[in-house]
Design a protein around this ligand. Structure first.
Ligand code: GLY
Length: 580
């Protein structure tokens, strides 16, 4: 190359480098339309309907969230809570809207003890004492009023219509009902909804929820007061108390969403923006990725790569035990836990040729959350983004519908450490940072996340209890390795959560050779069909990752909907693109 062309190249690099850095902070182009990925096609379609009505990504988020609440009561709903991570393209601002449930004042630790002082697991997960004060309806109002362009009446219209007219029951719904049937049928309000046709919901039948449609209409018409005061609130309190619970109208009226500063950090070329406490996800992600930034993972052979990723998981989950809880109640050492220096210290404790036995890392175990939750991702034509994960906790939450509301209440109280030192459903224990207190929010694993490099903007998240965090980690590593959105949502998954000291993996995640190498490094593996290996479950696949990406180089949008869930849908439409 001639001296002159070298000079030109150097000048170009000087010019290009700072431009890329600026673009990475705030993309200057706008997407060629909108992309939405959610766990149910009706919800994705409702998002596009709302965009066509003139809404932005935040109005669409309300619409998608509300429709998921109607069609996926198995996973989330008006009786539960969620986290909305939002990016406003005009200001470049990211905000985390915390609509997590709050503990009712009466729900002290003593309430979850049996007469002989044992832990009352039934009370923790079923019926009135299992439920926290719901947050999702307040999120709809807050997001629509603060960030949306449309009245709540418009963004809630698809959910109202689907609740009233019904939707076809799908296999996971019918199966889930059978699993929770004994609990659901304890309560007259729940029987009135789920046995309205005289029998349990069956796949293919149309399932209607007229009471829920009316509750949504009151919310659409009266905003916060439509749910948290007046007729609906009175029925919620009456329904909970009739079953032996203790809610008051005052604590419903006192519910408030919180806007929090997201966790931010850098991994290689990516700026990551993710969930702060009361989620444990963002801090754990920052730890794991900053530990892993010490290696070029693509250069490593697969057993070594999996070994290092699993060791980073082990360390982040150990720290999750002690320090994390509701930041309004406990001091979370977030700056330390998310610092690159702290990660470098943890990295130094990893032996590349040997697994670290979990009991060599100090500490004891903490409760982990269960699987039933849902996530959706949106980018609109202005470049606004929404990553939303929402939940009622376990399958169909507490199983309790207060009569006349159509609202299935969560069982999120089980995400607290309800009896420190006593094993929960997974044989693990908890500590004070996450003990219940009136008005406190229980620790979560929900991890809605944005990532942005000079070439790409990505929105992602998934349900899956404690595995949410490691699925989002593997998703980020997948995008970093150059996979597209659909390939990332399909990636085989594995998970290490410190205790139990085992790597769980989905069917096909490891070849026999990789599994053998991992065992030779000292890891215990729990593979599908391998019951002897221990661990806390035997599912062959898990998660329901929904992601959208905006490729800045060719200004194209793509979506990825987890192939494990046949009713999910990712789609791209040119809505809003022609207006410019
Ligand atoms: N209940 C599931 C979670 O919040 O992580």
């Amino acid at each position: 190359m001639s001296r002159k062309s070298l000079a030109v190249l150097f000048a170009c690099l000087l010019f290009v480098a700072p431009l890329s850095a600026r673009e990475s902070a705030k993309p200057s182009a706008q997407p060629p339309g909108a992309a939405i990925a959610s766990a149910h096609a009706l919800a994705t379609d409702a998002g596009f309907e709302t965009l066509r009505a003139g809404g932005n990504a935040f109005d669409a988020a309300v619409a998608v969230s509300a429709v998921l609440s109607v069609v996926e009561p198995i996973s989330s709903g008006l009786g539960g809570g969620g986290f909305f991570l939002l990016h406003d393209a005009k200001t470049g601002k990211d905000v985390f809207v915390d609509a997590r449930e709050m503990a009712p004042a009466a729900a002290t630790q003593e309430r979850y003890l049996t007469a002989d002082g044992g832990f009352d697991r039934d009370r923790a997960v079923n019926g009135p004492w299992a439920a926290g004060i719901p947050g999702l309806p307040a999120a709809f109002v807050h997001v629509a009023e603060t960030y949306g362009k449309l009245p709540l009446r418009t963004s809630l219209a698809p959910a109202i219509r689907i609740a009233r007219d019904g939707f076809p029951v799908y296999a996971r719904f019918a199966r889930g009902y059978q699993q929770r049937r004994e609990v659901m049928e304890r309560y007259p309000g729940t029987r009135a909804v789920y046995l309205a046709s005289g029998a349990a919901p069956k796949e293919g039948e149309v399932f209607r929820q007229p009471d829920l449609a009316r509750t949504l209409e009151l919310l659409a018409g009266h905003g916060f007061d439509g749910f948290y005061r007046g007729e609906v609130a009175a029925k919620l309190v009456a329904g909970v108390n009739a079953e032996g619970g203790q809610w008051t109208g005052e604590e419903l009226a006192a519910y408030t969403v919180k806007e929090r500063e997201p966790v931010r950090f850098r991994y290689r070329d990516w700026d990551i923006v993710t969930a702060p406490p009361p989620s444990s996800g963002g801090i754990a992600l920052a730890q794991m990725l900053q530990i892993l930034s010490g290696w070029d993972l693509q250069e490593l052979d697969e057993p070594l790569r999996v070994h290092l990723v699993a060791e980073s998981m082990r360390r982040a989950f150990r720290d999750r035990t002690f320090y994390l809880g509701d930041p309004d109640f406990v001091k979370v050492p977030q700056r330390l836990l998310t610092s690159p220096d702290y990660a470098a210290g943890l990295r130094a404790t990893i032996n590349p040729s040997r697994a670290t036995p979990s009991d060599l890392l100090s500490g004891e175990q903490t409760p982990l959350e269960d699987e039933e939750t849902t996530h959706f991702s949106i980018i609109d034509a202005e470049g606004n983004r929404a990553a939303v994960t929402q939940t009622v906790n376990l399958l169909f939450g507490s199983g309790l519908v207060p009569p006349g509301t159509g609202v299935l209440l969560n069982n999120e109280m089980d995400d607290f450490a309800l009896k420190p030192g006593t094993p929960n459903a997974f044989g693990v224990m908890g500590y004070d940072a996450n003990a219940p207190a009136p008005g406190k929010r229980m620790l979560s694993s929900m991890t809605p996340t944005f990532m942005q490099s000079p070439g790409k903007v990505v929105v992602l998240g998934t349900p899956g209890g404690s595995r949410i965090i490691t699925m989002v980690l593997l998703g980020i590593l997948g995008f970093d390795a150059g996979l597209d959105a659909q390939a990332v949502s399909a990636l085989p998954r594995y998970h290490q959560q410190w205790m139990p000291d085992v790597i769980e993996a989905e069917s096909g995640a490891f070849t026999p050779q990789v599994a053998q190498s991992l065992r030779a490094l000292g890891h215990s593996l729990k593979l599908p069909g391998d019951e002897a290996a221990g661990g806390r479950g035997s599912s062959h696949v898990w998660g329901n990752l929904q992601t959208v990406e905006w490729d800045l180089a060719d200004n194209a949008l793509h979506g990825g909907s987890d192939p494990r869930n046949p009713v999910g849908k990712a789609a791209v439409e040119a809505i809003g693109a022609t207006a410019r």
